[in-house]
Design a protein. Structure first.
Length: 122
């Protein structure tokens, strides 16, 4: 009986942790000493190390398609914020291209996701 009573809270704690919402895909973010998590993000763009681009969790085939999606979102949501999750192995040029498309679509709030330096890699 005691084992069962101990198991139930542990089960619910683990189940609750697995229900957290991840807005981007799992990638290896670069570290930054000034990184923090208090940005209210509305749209996440993810660049993977193999060169794929994702709008939220849906793959985007080209930068022009990304621009169209961002323009639609920008018209629907006033003051839209974009968070770019770029793997540490992604070329700087690719990140700049994505940032340029975001700006061309009229969105002014852009953030680049990083990890605080004191967080270990899983």
């Amino acid at each position: 009986m005691i084992d069962t009573m101990f198991f139930l809270p542990v089960f619910f704690m683990i189940a609750t942790l697995s229900m957290t919402v991840e807005r981007g895909l799992p990638i290896n973010l670069p570290y930054a000493a000034t990184a923090h998590y208090d940005i209210q993000q509305l749209v996440t763009l993810t660049l993977t190390k193999d060169g794929k681009l994702f709008f939220e969790k849906e793959e985007v085939n080209s930068l022009s398609e990304l621009g169209q999606r961002l323009s639609k979102q920008g018209k629907r949501i006033q003051g839209l914020s974009i968070v770019i999750n770029a793997d540490g192995a992604v070329e700087h040029v690719k990140v700049i291209e994505v940032m340029d498309i975001v700006r061309q679509s009229g969105i002014k709030k852009i953030a680049i996701a990083t990890r605080p330096k004191n967080v270990s890699v899983k």
